[in-house]
Design a protein around this ligand. Structure first.
Ligand code: ADP
Length: 459
């Protein structure tokens, strides 16, 4: 039995029976059996069904937001934001389903026609994390279903309730058994079954780099296609020529979203030396007004960390930094509320090779580093095996262009702290993974390209 807790209060909020390996295999069987009919539907029919799912969930947005808040710990306003974000993917891919176009290619043979079609790659599977229990699911499911794939999804153990509620609404909208299946249980066991089944043609995974590597190794046996959205170590660079108020606003919202438990959270904040003091004062002032609390209330609050493991990691990283001589300018310890709450923390005096700079923090910790010039900061920003997102604030156009070319990341965000929406390609390079989610690039991950040469006919 999987017991689900509210991380803000520690209270039990639900129990979910774990699927046995036989039940997981039966879910895969249903997914495979449903593929021919689902992929054979007209694009417009799939689009209409996705649209019905979107509308049904939207009509009950508040119920989803409350569950999300209780299950994950993020505050109501953020939960509502996540639901809008996640619904955006269903809406987008309901449209995109109708636009999976092929090509005709000028022939190399007078007696032949050459065309390229795109076909759903088959039954697929997804494994999702707990930090966006709603959006991670809609982003993967809507894309797969739009392309004509059927999908088995394994949500994170901390947050299965949102996934099951989404499944319930999917069924009511006409997404039948087999077209979408949710399995919960032992992650390792389910991972082995999903990756080991040759009938599953792709795995889409969002989570840690360690588990991503393991799954990639498991998928190698059957050359299974993958989309991997793994860890990040985002640099956030503020130049002296930036609009400081905007930079502080962008930083605070990007850093405190979901209490810092986001793969695109600014992990290393580089501030140009000449403005460091002024910048610190503004960040402190902005964060001082923000409350730490459980999230079932109006207004933005910093919520708890999701579980003891995540909490202990933040404690360890900050304690290590303190022991190594970091200056604690704000916070630096568990919050007086107790439980899994941690104080928003601001640290300076850190080394580039400290664990705080090399590991994904996943907590409300602003780790500030100063730099002298552009060349130096680009080199330091790129000094990581990760490459998900890089942020920078500057008012210089030429510098913006240089940054966009030279920062090693799948996403470069200039003069904004906001990254995601359904219409853009989300994803990383280096050990942050491969493949893209969102936009028309996202659906390409779920189709294969078929070249057809048709000779011998009377053209
Ligand atoms: P996080 O540190 O964010 O929890 P994980 O990579 O551990 O990241 O978890 C992301 C998802 O991967 C979750 O759904 C989790 O259950 C799943 N997972 C963890 N270990 C494995 C594994 N060995 N095989 C398959 N899935 C796994």
């Amino acid at each position: 039995m999987l017991i689900v807790y509210n991380p803000a209060t520690g209270e039990e909020i639900g129990r979910v029976a774990k699927h046995t390996s036989t039940e997981v295999k039966a879910a895969i069987d249903r997914t495979c059996a449903a593929f021919a009919e689902w992929s054979g539907k007209l694009a417009k029919e799939r689009s209409d069904i996705l649209r019905r799912w979107h509308d049904a969930v939207k009509a009950d947005k508040e119920a989803f937001a409350e569950l999300l808040c209780r299950e994950n710990g993020k505050c109501l306003s953020e939960a509502r934001g996540e639901i809008d974000y996640g619904l955006g993917f269903i809406e987008w891919y309901a449209e995109e389903a109708k636009r999976v176009y092929g090509d005709t290619i000028p022939t190399h043979d007078r007696n032949a026609n050459v065309m390229v079609t795109k076909e759903a790659i088959g039954p697929v599977a997804a494994i999702t994390p707990w930090n966006f229990p709603f959006m991670m699911i809609t982003r993967k499911v809507a894309t797969a279903l739009a392309a004509g794939c059927t999908m088995v999804i394994k949500p994170a153990e901390d947050t299965p309730l949102t996934a099951l509620k989404l499944l319930d609404y999917a069924r009511k909208a006409g997404i039948e058994a087999g077209v979408l299946e949710v399995v919960v249980g032992d992650p390792k066991e389910i991972g082995l079954i999903l990756t080991g089944d040759p009938r599953i043609h792709k795995i889409s995974f969002t989570g840690s780099t360690g588990v991503g590597k393991l799954l990639a190794a498991q998928c190698a046996a059957s050359i299974k296609k993958m989309t991997l959205e793994l860890g990040g170590n985002a640099p956030f660079i503020v130049f002296a020529d930036a609009n400081l108020d905007e930079a502080v606003k962008g930083l605070v919202s990007a850093k405190l979203r979901n209490s810092g438990q986001v793969c695109i959270s600014p992990n290393r904040i580089f501030v140009q030396h000449s403005i460091l003091e002024a910048f610190i004062e503004r960040v402190k002032a902005a964060v001082a007004d923000i409350e730490v609390d459980q999230g079932l209330r109006e207004g933005f609050v910093v919520g708890p960390l999701v579980n003891q493991l995540g909490f202990d990691k933040v404690v360890r990283l900050v304690e290590d930094a303190k022991a190594a001589g970091a200056n604690v300018l704000m916070g630096g310890k568990p919050h007086a509320k107790g439980g899994l709450f941690y104080e928003p923390t601001l640290l300076t005096g850190l080394q580039d090779d400290s664990p705080l700079a090399t590991e994904e923090i996943f907590g409300p910790v602003f780790a500030l580093y100063s730099f002298k010039d552009e060349e130096e900061v680009i080199a330091r920003a790129n000094q990581t095996e990760f490459g998900l997102v890089a942020y920078a604030y500057t008012s210089a156009l030429g510098r913006s262009l240089r940054l966009s070319r030279q920062l090693e990341a799948g996403m470069v965000i200039l003069n904004s702290g906001s990254v995601g929406t359904a219409s853009v390609p989300f994803g990383g390079i280096k050990q942050s993974g491969y493949g893209r989610e969102g936009s028309y690039y996202g659906i390409e991950e779920y189709v294969h390209v078929k070249y057809v040469l048709m000779a011998g006919a009377q053209f």
